[in-house]
Design a protein around this ligand. Structure first.
Ligand code: ATP
Ligand code: MG
Length: 363
């Protein structure tokens, strides 16, 4: 088997800072665990615009299509605020997602015991929480036609269209059931079948995919509003939640706050299987380029480190190594290592981005 390839796109702001810590860990796996990657680095976002006048060059796009996995830091920053929309840093990321056809966005919400007091909820509601939200990413109301602001008589009307095809629902449902089999074997599908046609079809297709291909997985359905309530009341009842683009956007941000800091949250966006059977995949921290702290050694590298752990699990089939890395993160947090974003009211001395990366590496 050839060496698996990993394309690293550090991007802008704190992106390169947190990625430098991940790079140490990637290299460690090569040296100590005999898990070598063919790593290449390239530009995306403002960094790519500065170099080529475009937030993602055709050459970089082609490399992303070839790679077994892409790991991205963050894009954007105030320096690029006045650029034309067509070359904004964010467009580089959007192009990657669109051309790789990444339809399943995975957002885990995992609560490390050492940080349980950071949650917006009581400790016992979130301690040990480990759920995964699968959000459909390429369709739904954000993309449906017709859309626009149109004149109707003497007033204007804002129009968006919620639209889902059977095949779009089918493929994201399969992604969710596959994931559930590797986790707690439970899927809760959320829509609004009580008031939306797309919700009726969603429930129908998910039920059919389940009966035909995944009868071993436990399936339940919830209206998305009730789901939001349950997520805030008793989140540990869930394992995998699968939902559409709009509800997923909202529910995953809600779930994020169950766990504390933005600096802790990884994500994966998966597409169709490649020749090797693994999905096309882009891994990135949930946070942005954080211009307010860029260049100061204050960024928490854990979100990006955990994004690499997801890559180990879902793109390289190295679940045990992913567990190893997650346990290292848990251990350093338990020892009290804290970047400034993780400082609680009890105070103490924060450590830097590099020190956090080194601590994880040591663990
Ligand atoms: P984007 O539009 O790119 O999503 P944003 O404006 O929503 O960006 P972020 O760039 O994620 O937001 O930053 C939001 C806040 O969270 C900022 O105050 C930032 O400093 C903080 N933050 C984000 N990521 C981290 C991190 N890894 N470590 C520490 N603080 C962070
Ligand atoms: Mg944001």
């Amino acid at each position: 088997m050839s060496t698996p390839s990993l394309l690293i796109l550090p991007g802008d702001g704190i992106g390169p800072e947190v990625m430098a810590e991940v790079r140490k860990i990637v290299d460690w796996f090569g040296k100590k665990r005999d898990l070598a990657f063919d790593v290449s680095e390239d530009l995306v976002g403002g960094a790519a615009y500065d170099a080529h006048g475009a937030p993602l060059s055709d050459a970089t796009m082609a490399r992303a299509q070839e790679a077994d996995a892409v790991l991205l830091g963050a894009v954007g920053g105030p320096k690029y605020d006045d650029l034309d929309f067509s070359v904004k840093p964010e467009r580089g990321l959007l192009r990657l997602r669109k051309e790789m056809d990444l339809f399943a966005n995975l957002r885990p919400a995992q609560c490390f015991d050492a940080l349980a007091d950071f949650s917006s909820l009581k400790r016992d509601v979130v301690a040990g929480l480990d759920i995964m939200i699968v959000r459909e990413l390429t369709s739904g109301i954000y993309f449906g036609e017709p859309r626009g602001i149109v004149q109707e008589g003497n007033e204007r009307v804002g129009v968006n269209t919620q639209r889902y095809t059977e095949s779009e629902i089918d493929r994201v449902a399969r992604a969710a059931f596959e994931l559930a089999r590797r986790r707690g074997n439970k899927v809760c599908s959320m829509e609004k079948a009580n008031v939306m046609e797309s919700g009726i079809l969603w429930r129908e297709v998910v039920t059919k995919v389940h009966a035909e291909s995944y009868p071993d997985v436990e399936l339940s359905h919830m209206y998305a509003d009730a789901g939001a309530m349950q997520l805030c009341r008793a989140p540990k009842q869930f394992d995998v939640i699968v939902t559409d683009n709009l509800f997923g956007d909202i529910l995953s941000d809600c779930a994020a706050m169950l766990t504390g800091s933005l600096g802790m949250l990884p994500s994966a966006s998966l597409g169709a299987p490649m020749a090797n059977g693994r999905p096309k995949a882009l891994y990135e921290p949930v946070h942005g380029s954080a211009p307010d702290i860029a260049g100061q050694g204050k960024a928490n590298p854990i979100a990006c480190i955990l994004s690499f752990a997801m890559a180990l699990r879902y793109s390289f089939d190295k679940g045990e190594e992913a567990d190893r890395l997650e346990r290292a993160v848990e251990a350093v947090l338990a020892q009290g290592a804290r970047t400034p974003d993780l400082m609680g009211p009890e105070g103490g001395a924060p450590i830097s981005t590099t020190e956090m990366g080194d601590a994880v590496l040591d663990a």
